[in-house]
Design a binder for this molecule. Structure first.
Ligand SMILES: Cc1cc2nc3c(=O)[nH]c(=O)nc-3n(C[C@H](O)[C@H](O)[C@H](O)COP(=O)(O)OP(=O)(O)OC[C@H]3O[C@@H](n4cnc5c(N)ncnc54)[C@H](O)[C@@H]3O)c2cc1C
Length: 266
């Protein structure tokens, strides 16, 4: 549809700056330095990145970034994606979605990952094409913050042996926890892939690897700015601009940004 209307989709290039002229957003600068001019800019990326790195000083009032700094991002996620033998469905507590919380009060960021709240989700239940015949695709995930044990963050840039060790140590704890409710699960694993808060930050650039924008509190709801911004020509959308994030919220906010532009451009 974008191409039908004369647009071009450029993949694999980061937006580094928003171009501002005469107090109006007039385009973007891509990695590599290429400039793209436009009537409007819609930022669908991380809000902290937009306000702390992409805009020139003074383009929006300082309080916009100061307000964001007061808000708490949702914790990130630790996710083990598994290909498992189909016989996993015979295990005692099997269900297409299990939430297990062995230590409710101190689950998040507990030193010991076997205390974490975990979600065990059978992706093959909803869609059998998730895995070849005879196997299932399941995901075991746990909320965890970017600051967990103060360790993701300092080692994140190099992702070397120390990061791999931490990732495997945490994965072993999460799997041990899952094994309590599904004894025999580990013996049925055929393939595994692990994503950490660093993975989420790396692929989405979301601040602190947050999985769905800001934590919704009375305070944050009043500070979250919706799709229009203080800079003419600049709009924003995505889970940072709706209460409680989520896929549907991000989609609705993209639609709102488009409607605002249509209204403004007549
Ligand atoms: C493990 C996990 C499970 C989840 N489960 C659910 C669920 O069940 N239901 C639900 O509703 N939500 C869920 N969420 C949350 C949901 O995925 C997000 O809220 C939603 O995807 C946010 O969409 P978005 O478009 O705002 O941001 P994103 O999906 O983060 O997309 C932003 C895009 O911008 C790109 N980008 C960033 N910076 C730049 C730049 N400088 N230049 C160019 N491109 C850039 C990124 O690469 C990315 O593609 C889950 C999240 C996680 C991590």
């Amino acid at each position: 549809m974008i191409a039908d209307h004369g647009g071009e989709i450029i993949c694999g290039r980061a937006v580094e700056k928003v171009l501002v002229e005469d107090d109006r957003a007039v385009g973007v600068v891509l990695s590599g330095g290429e400039q793209v001019s436009s009537d409007y800019v819609v930022a669908a990326c991380d809000a902290m990145q937009l306000y702390s790195q992409m805009l020139p000083p003074g383009a929006v009032p300082d309080y916009v970034l100061e307000n964001l700094k007061e808000l708490e991002p949702w914790p990130s996620y630790f996710l083990i994606s598994l290909g498992v033998d189909d016989s996993v469905t015979q295990l005692g507590s099997w269900h297409h979605h299990i939430t297990y919380c062995p230590a409710l009060m101190d689950a998040l960021d507990s030193e010991d990952p076997t205390h974490w709240l975990i979600n065990v989700v059978d992706n093959s239940f909803a869609d059998s094409l998730h895995a070849p015949k005879g196997y299932r695709s399941i995901a075991i995930g746990a909320p965890v913050s970017f600051e967990y044990r103060q360790r993701w963050q300092p080692i994140s840039e190099m992702r070397g042996p120390e990061y791999t060790r931490l990732k495997e140590e945490v994965a072993a704890g999460v799997l041990a926890s899952a094994e309590r409710i599904l004894p025999g699960l580990r013996d049925r694993i055929k393939a595994a892939d692990i994503a950490t808060p660093i993975t989420y930050r790396r692929y989405t650039s979301n601040w602190k690897g947050a999985r769905r924008g800001w934590v919704p509190t009375v305070e944050s709801m009043s500070r979250i700015r919706r799709e229009s911004t203080a800079l003419p020509g600049l709009f924003q959308c995505g889970h940072w601009h709706v209460a409680s994030g989520s896929i549907s919220g991000a989609m609705q906010s993209g639609k709102n940004a488009a409607l605002l532009i249509l209204r403004e451009s007549g």
